[in-house]
Design a protein around this ligand. Structure first.
Ligand SMILES: C[S@@+](CC[C@H](N)C(=O)[O-])C[C@H]1O[C@@H](n2cnc3c(N)ncnc32)[C@H](O)[C@@H]1O
Length: 186
């Protein structure tokens, strides 16, 4: 993580204590960083970027040579993501794609070993199913807000938790919300 990125995340964490800003936040961010340290992914894709908090967190935590593609539907927000990632000194690691994820995913180049899902809750399963053929054998998929939006993400949870399916999945419970972390079965 760059020093500037760390300072920016800290400032956003302080703001989030006062304002309702739906970024992934500090507690879940700590778990994401630990997972990245353990799995060492190098080709990441994020679906839903808002202002760039999770983009800075993920891009700043990837090992050397790691790259992140962010898909953000809102053109105005995507400009902030680009500007904030650049401000954090991470522009060379991050590409921001503007558009609806369900249209953008099929056009992404290459394969991915980390996915962070944090856009339209009812579409979580569709995002994953669209990406699945292009995920590596050891891919890690993190889905945010699976506690707060439990009903909306129910089909997603049913799929990744199916013992006969291709994922080993577990829930991280943060009290006020949950995050689902799924690792591809080998
Ligand atoms: C909860 S916010 C993301 C927060 C961000 N991941 C973070 O932790 O800093 C959800 C974002 O998803 C975007 N979004 C919603 N539907 C989308 C879609 N279909 N495709 C891409 N982005 C979408 C919204 O514009 C919003 O910026």
């Amino acid at each position: 993580m760059t020093k500037k990125g760390q300072r920016m995340l800290g400032a956003m964490d302080r703001a989030t204590n006062l304002w309702h800003i739906p970024n992934v936040g500090r507690a879940k961010g700590r778990v994401i960083r630990r997972l990245i340290d353990r799995h060492r992914p190098t080709r990441a894709v994020e679906i839903g970027s808002l202002l760039g908090y999770s983009a800075i967190l993920i891009a700043g935590s990837l090992p050397a040579g790691g790259r992140l593609i962010c898909i953000e539907a809102n053109d105005y927000l995507a400009k902030f993501v680009k500007a904030n990632v650049a401000e954090a000194g991470l522009a060379s690691r991050v590409k921001v794609v503007v558009g609806d994820a369900l249209r953008a995913i099929p056009l992404l180049p290459g394969r991915f070993d980390l996915v962070f899902i944090d856009a339209r809750k009812e579409d979580y399963l569709d995002y994953l199913r669209q990406l699945e053929a292009r995920l590596t054998a050891d891919a890690l998929v993190i889905a945010d807000n699976t506690g707060v939006f439990r009903k909306d993400v129910a089909p997603y949870l049913e799929y990744v938790r199916d013992p006969a399916g291709p994922w080993d999945s577990r829930e991280y419970d943060f009290g006020d919300d949950c995050m689902e972390v799924s690792v591809r079965k080998v």
